[in-house]
Design a protein around this ligand. Structure first.
Ligand code: FES
Length: 115
């Protein structure tokens, strides 16, 4: 199974990176890596998880609301349903939360070992 590297920059410039397996949503991969993204419906219908795809490519694990994505900037991506098809850099204007209580440096080291 392929793994893609996701670099995520939050609303205050904080950056983390984690792996996302092929076919898994970026939201689910972030959660596994210990980060909680801003997600509400989780089904591609509300647009609250929209972020900017700075570079890379994504596909969607299931359909998203065409009406919601039409109102977003051209490089918008819905993280609850997007799955990468290559390494991606993503920027949000909101902050993600740390779920795992381990220090960030330890989580990053663990994440690096799993690659
Ligand atoms: S959380 Fe609703 S579209 Fe992603």
């Amino acid at each position: 199974m392929k793994h893609w590297r996701i670099s995520l920059t939050g609303g205050e410039g904080e950056t983390v990176a984690f792996d996302c397996p092929e076919g898994v949503s970026i939201h689910a991969a972030a959660r596994t890596a210990g980060f909680r993204l801003r997600v509400a419906c989780g089904s591609g219908g509300c647009g609250i998880c929209a972020a900017e795809l700075v570079n890379g490519q994504v596909d969607y694990v299931s359909p998203i609301s065409a009406a919601k994505i039409e109102g977003c900037p051209a490089r918008a991506v819905f993280l609850c349903r997007a799955t990468p098809t290559e390494d991606c850099c993503i920027k949000t204007d909101w902050q993600w939360a740390v779920v795992d209580k381990a220090p960030l440096s330890r989580r990053m080291a663990i994440n690096q070992q799993g690659k």
